[in-house]
Design a protein around this ligand. Sequence first.
Ligand code: ATP
Ligand code: ZN
Ligand code: MG
Length: 319
Amino acid sequence: MGEGREATGGGGAAAASASDLLEALVDAGHLIPTGTPGLYGRGAAFDALLDRLEALFDRLTADDRAERLRFPPAIGRALFERSGYLDSFPHLAGTVHAFDGDERGHRELLAALRAGRDWTGRQAPTGLVLTPAACYPVYPIFAARGPLPATGGIADVASWCFRHEPSTEPTRLQLFRMREQVRLGRPEQVLDFRQRWIERARQLVDMLDLPARLELAHDPFFGRGGQIMAASQRDQRLKFELVVPIADPQRPTACMSFNYHQDHFARSFGIRDFEGAPAHTACVGFGVERLAMALLRHHGLDPTCWPARIRAALEGASP
Ligand code: ATP
Ligand code: ZN
Ligand code: MG
């Protein structure tokens, strides 16, 4: 990792641009267009690959004894408001609305629909927000349990996530699967977790033979104030990404991220360490579809033809 191996490996899907890669993934039956950018159905082989990547994550993390938690792909409005997401990423959030009118309202809704006018004004907020990152539901749960034990806490989460960033770039989806581990505890425990994960990621890209690089990164904070937040995040080295060239050889795509939140979430949600001080948290996550597309891009569109070593890594056999 980080050695800058040639990005356009042998056997890979020959994609010179994002639209070439999208076309190749669609032609191979991996992605099924729905007519909405960033929203795709998944063919059987692609879906199986996503599951294999999650199973590989299970094997890599088996010794961590992380608490496995699963949630539906929405969070309550109160949790969302507390997370601070609206301060940083108002442009990416999606809320769930539903019809809450009476029969007259229904008639008006149908009249608008049939006249080709906007009918969504008849929808009211439900109090549900689409989950923007798999780790969000974890924080209030740990807060409610009282102070963390001296060993801190570690959770394993997975979720469909929504981000309003419609794009024809196949790696930039509006709804995608994210798998994460979240660490809660003292700053040194949390930073040690992140460091061990950076080393583990090297092992992962080695097993999968991907030309990956670790980069200092920042989140896409909104607006002019966001530039200051991004600079501060970089200065403090809070976010790293594992990037792999996928759709654009010049602009590699983040497949994993390693995020140190300091005490941001702990203060928002009231998570205390064993001495009663605000805990620190970190999360490490990967975009399951992005890692799958990286493999298809570099090893070819038919996973049954991949080198035996990579297939063995994905199937759980010893190499
Ligand atoms: P990017 O810089 O590409 O927008 P990000 O910084 O927003 O990525 P994170 O917020 O760290 O990404 O999300 C964790 C992981 O989820 C990323 O490493 C990536 O693999 C995946 N991911 C993020 N956004 C998308 C997306 N729009 N489509 C598919 N996967 C995504
Ligand atoms: Zn997270
Ligand atoms: Mg993003």
